[in-house]
Ligand binder design. Structure first.
Ligand code: FAD
Length: 277
């Protein structure tokens, strides 16, 4: 059987306290021997220093660290600098994104879409980095059609992406369907499901409506009825997400990428339910 890829994602810290929280989560999750851990990049590169600091500090450990990278309004020189810094620190993997659009930051951009960033990283650094890109089984909110979603996803792979991580979802059929369509379009890279543990009802609703992740009605109703009972909500959420992960693995998902939100426990709970070694 081919090796499954398990990875953890941390949110970029904006303060020293947040960096300490991230590290604490990492020290609890790292013994699970993930394939890599990634650190997000705030909208428009607004957490550039925080991302860099977390990546550089944790890169001395045993687990490969992968920074997320987007271009915002940055000049090419700034992207070059960042790539150089990461290379010198031994970083060999990154997640290339267009990035969320920060409110209030407008202006001329160096690039418009993630495929251009992938292309640029390949042009300037060759094969040094393993490049992950984002994929959207439930379709990116700005995409007009399923066909255009597949078309532009393929453009990122054709530009040189090695693998992809999906936006989170709670309907595994959306993932299976997306994967089939990609295969039909000749996209053969591993597409690893992004897994969002459920810890907070209101927060999940808010974030899901922004990023276009659908909460199925049955799940929404169950979570709503538990929203004032944090422990029960978390226990129920862990069961639901664990069942979904098991189904994904049973149907040949190449691995799982956990959005940890810098908390170890919700991910550990799912990990233990799945009896992953
Ligand atoms: P793109 O691939 O550029 O796609 C954006 C939209 O444009 C899609 O509708 C696509 O179909 C369309 N499109 C793509 N290429 C073209 C083209 N050449 N011409 C016309 N249309 C095109 N955001 C952050 O700010 N920081 C992070 O760290 C971060 N990490 C993420 C990690 C993962 C695993 C995922 C799934 C998302 C992450 N995001 C992050 C969110 C992401 O930045 C947003 O979803 C963003 O809106 C799109 O980024 P993208 O790289 O997918 O963009």
């Amino acid at each position: 059987m081919t090796e499954r890829l398990f990875s953890f994602e941390y949110s970029a810290p904006r303060t020293n306290e947040a960096l300490e929280k991230l590290k604490k989560a990492h020290y609890r999750l790292n013994p699970l021997k993930p394939h890599f851990c990634s650190v997000t990049y705030g909208a428009g590169g607004s957490t550039k220093e925080g991302t860099q600091q977390a990546i550089l500090e944790l890169s001395s450990g045993s687990t490969p660290m992968a920074p997320h990278l987007s271009f915002g309004n940055d000049p090419l020189l700034a992207i070059d600098e960042l790539l150089k810094t990461y290379r010198s620190a031994g970083v060999s993997r990154l997640v290339a994104l267009r990035g969320d659009q920060p409110s209030g930051i407008l202006g001329r951009k160096t690039m418009t879409h993630a495929n251009e960033l992938v292309n640029y990283v390949r042009e300037t650094t060759g094969d040094h980095f393993h490049i992950d890109v984002a994929a959207y089984p439930e379709i990116h909110p700005e995409s007009e059609t399923v066909d255009s979603e597949i078309h532009y996803f393929k453009a990122k792979v054709d530009a040189g992406a090695d693998s992809a991580i999906t936006q989170y979802f709670y309907n595994p059929d959306s993932y299976f369907r997306f994967r089939d369509l990609c295969l039909k379009a000749g996209v053969n890279v591993p597409i690893v499901p992004g897994i969002m543990p459920i810890t907070n009802y209101e927060g999940l609703l808010r974030f899901s409506s922004l990023c276009g992740a659908e909460i199925p009605r049955w799940l929404d109703k169950n979570l709503k009825s538990l929203k004032h009972d944090k422990d029960s909500l978390r226990a129920f959420g862990a069961d639901v997400v664990s069942d979904m992960c098991q189904r994904l693995l049973d149907h040949d998902a190449p691995g799982l990428h956990f959005y940890t939100l810098n908390q170890a426990m919700p991910t550990l709970r799912i990990w233990n339910n799945l009896r992953l070694s």
